[in-house]
Design a protein around this ligand. Structure first.
Ligand code: C5P
Length: 227
C-alpha cells in the first residue's frame, strides 16, 4: 500500500509520542521519537560534565559530537522504540527531570541539530514513518503528506508529565514540572535555529479536553483522508 510521512509537532508533553506510537502500530509504520535523540545527546553531555544547571561548555560538546552515536530498536508489535546511546539502552535515563532541565539548551546548538536532522531524514527516506518533535513538519520533512500540530494548556501538560514521573517512582513536585515545561516552551520557540512554529500546512489539534481514544480517532480520520 502507498506509504506516507506523518509529522507530529508541538509543545512539550502534548501527548505527541502517545498518538505517534498508536498510529505507527496501527499503520505498521516505524515510529521515531526525535526528542529522545536530543535527550540522548544531552545525557552524553551531562555524563561528560559538559553541561549542568549552571554551566554549558558548548565547544566541548561540539568537538566531541563525533563520539555520539544514537540508534533505535523498534518493536513493530508494541509500537515502542527504545533509544540507544553508544550502544547502551538509555530509554529510562533520558526521561528524568534533570535531562529535561538541560535538553532545550543542547537542542539549540546548530551543530547538534544538523547531525540529528540528517539522521532523522535518513530514517524516514523510505516513508512509512511517524516522527514527532518540534521541527519535523518545518525542517526535517517539509514535504510530509500529513502534518499535525498538537497543543494543550501548560497546566494540563504539566499534570500529565507530573503523573508520568510519579508513576515511574521519581520524586518531583508539580511546580518544578510546570516550570520546566514553561521554560522549554520558551527556549524551543525562541531559539535562532529551527524554532518551534506551526507549519503553514499543519492541522492543529488541541487535546486539553480529548480522551486518548478521541484524539486517536481524530488523527486516524486525518490519515484516512490523506491516504
Ligand atoms: O519531545 P521531548 O519533550 O522529549 O523533547 C525534548 C526536547 O528536545 C524539547 O524540549 C526540545 O528542546 C528538543 N527537541 C527539538 N527538536 C525536536 C525534538 C525535540 O529541539 N525535533
Amino acid at each position: 500500500m502507498h506509504k506516507i510521512t506523518i509529522a507530529i509537532d508541538g509543545f512539550s508533553s502534548t501527548g505527541k509520542s502517545t498518538v505517534a506510537r498508536q498510529l505507527a502500530k496501527h499503520l505498521g509504520y516505524i515510529y521515531v521519537d526525535s526528542g529522545a535523540m536530543y535527550r540522548a545527546v544531552t545525557l552524553y553531555a551531562m555524563n561528560q560534565q559538559f553541561i549542568d544547571d549552571n554551566q554549558f561548555d558548548v565547544n566541548a560538546l561540539v568537538t566531541n559530537l563525533h563520539h555520539v552515536t544514537i540508534h533505535f530498536e523498534f518493536n513493530r508489535e508494541t509500537g515502542n522504540a527504545d533509544v540507544y546511546l553508544n550502544g547502551k539502552n538509555v530509554e529510562k535515563q533520558i526521561r528524568t527531570l534533570e535531562v529535561s532541565n538541560c535538553v532545550s539548551r543542547v537542542a539549540a546548538v546548530p551543530e547538534v541539530r544538523y547531525q540529528l536532522v540528517k539522521q532523522q531524514q535518513q530514517m524516514g527516506k523510505e516513508k512509512g514513518v511517524v516522527m514527532d518533535g518540534r521541527d519535523i513538519g518545518t525542517v526535517v520533512f517539509p514535504h510530509a503528506e500529513l502534518k499535525i500540530f498538537m497543543t494543550a494548556s501548560a497546566e494540563t501538560r504539566a499534570q500529565r508529565r507530573y503523573d508520568e514521573l510519579i508513576n515511574r517512582g521519581d520524586k518531583v513536585n508539580f511546580n518544578e514540572v510546570l516550570h520546566n515545561i514553561q521554560e522549554r516552551d520558551y527556549i524551543d520557540s525562541h531559539r535562532a535555529d529551527s524554532p518551534l512554529v506551526k507549519a503553514e500546512d499543519a492541522i492543529e489539534i488541541d487535546n486539553s479536553n480529548l480522551t486518548l481514544d478521541q484524539q486517536f480517532q481524530k488523527v486516524l480520520n486525518l490519515v484516512t483522508m490523506t491516504l
